[in-house]
Write a protein that binds this ligand. Structure first.
Ligand SMILES: NC(=O)c1ccc[n+]([C@@H]2O[C@H](COP(=O)([O-])OP(=O)(O)OC[C@H]3O[C@@H](n4cnc5c(N)ncnc54)[C@H](OP(=O)(O)O)[C@@H]3O)[C@@H](O)[C@H]2O)c1
Length: 288
């Protein structure tokens, strides 16, 4: 199989590196050149444009920031879909909204290209370790075709149903993730305001059963004032926009997610957009 990987940011570069580590030959493409050159040293073939990246591919993976970017790269004027061979498979691992995934599946089908939405849970270290969780939507036979490839990048491959069900599930995951981080940050600041030592709070709160497990790692980032990016705050804001949009499409209101979205929006606008989303603590610290 000829495999192509498009989108070599924090996640994509590590996912592609794991394919290479497992002796899978891949062609890579990225808008900015340096991540692709880095993977060249690990054995990847580097394509200089989208057409040459996909024209011989049997499977194309994308890991791009947001729906507008996926749209431009896949179906835009210079998009890769028109250069893919018929009956090949496009696996979109980007976090996008389910109605967008359905639109991409339809556009791919028009060109006789098969499609899977396969967003992931996990972050920079999990991607590096090949321990991501994939939520997959689409045809189960198509999933079987690429399962061994996904298993080089992740340890859990969860089939969620038809097209759009993978990204639908991902909406739930990140809505909860964003709110838990904001709730922990607010609680920590509350604790400090009422006179508890910050280190004591950071030692005790993350270990309690009321706290989400991922908070342990984020608490250490807060303690060390280390907001080095694992998951950019601006992308968390994007995910809350997509989750609330999805809810609206189903005539459902999400009051907590809506409120949290406003907080991440303001945090992003305050200069924290490319810091880790744990920096929402820094933003709230100045506000509360
Ligand atoms: N980081 C995480 O912890 C995490 C976890 C789960 C899911 N995700 C999701 O995975 C996806 C990728 O996340 P990431 O953290 O890897 O993001 P990232 O580091 O910001 O990378 C984004 C990728 O999209 C490309 N891109 C952005 N705008 C573009 C444009 N206008 N034209 C062409 N390419 C463009 C970037 O190219 P350049 O390199 O040229 O900028 C890069 O390859 C997102 O949908 C995110 O929500 C992230």
């Amino acid at each position: 199989m000829n495999i192509t990987f498009i989108g070599l940011g924090i996640m994509g570069s590590r996912m592609a590196a794991n394919l290479l580590k497992n002796k899978i030959k891949i062609t890579v493409y990225n808008r900015s050149k340096s991540p692709a050159e880095e993977l060249k040293t690990k054995g990847a073939a580097v394509a200089s444009d989208l057409k040459s990246a996909v024209q011989n591919a049997d499977v194309v993976f994308t890991m791009l920031s947001a729906p507008d970017v996926v749209e431009k790269i896949a179906t835009g004027e210079k998009g890769f879909l028109k250069s893919m061979k018929k009956n090949t498979l496009w696996v979109d691992c980007s976090t996008v909204n389910p109605s967008f995934s359905l639109e991409m599946a339809r556009k791919a089908a028009k060109r006789e290209i098969r499609f899977l939405d396969a967003p992931v849970a996990g972050t920079k270290p999990t991607a590096e370790a090949g321990e991501l969780t994939f939520f997959v939507g689409g045809n189960q036979n198509d999933l079987e075709e690429v399962k061994n490839l996904l298993q080089h990048m992740g340890t859990k491959i969860l089939y969620m149903g038809e097209h759009g069900r993978g990204t639908a599930f991902k909406m739930l995951v990140n809505s909860m993730l964003a709110q838990s981080m904001a709730a922990f940050s607010e609680t920590l600041i509350f604790g400090e305001k009422i006179g508890f030592d910050k280190d004591l709070l950071l030692n005790i709160l993350p270990a309690l059963p009321v706290t989400a497990p991922f908070i342990k790692a984020k608490a250490e980032k807060i303690r060390n004032k280390d907001y080095d990016t694992q998951f950019p705050l601006e992308l968390m804001h994007k995910d809350l926009k997509l989750a609330t949009l999805t809810a609206k499409e189903h005539e459902c209101d999400l009051p907590l997610a809506e409120q949290t979205k406003k907080i991440y929006k303001k945090a992003s606008q305050s200069g924290l957009s490319r810091e880790d989303f744990a920096a929402v603590y820094k933003y709230l610290q100045d506000k509360l």
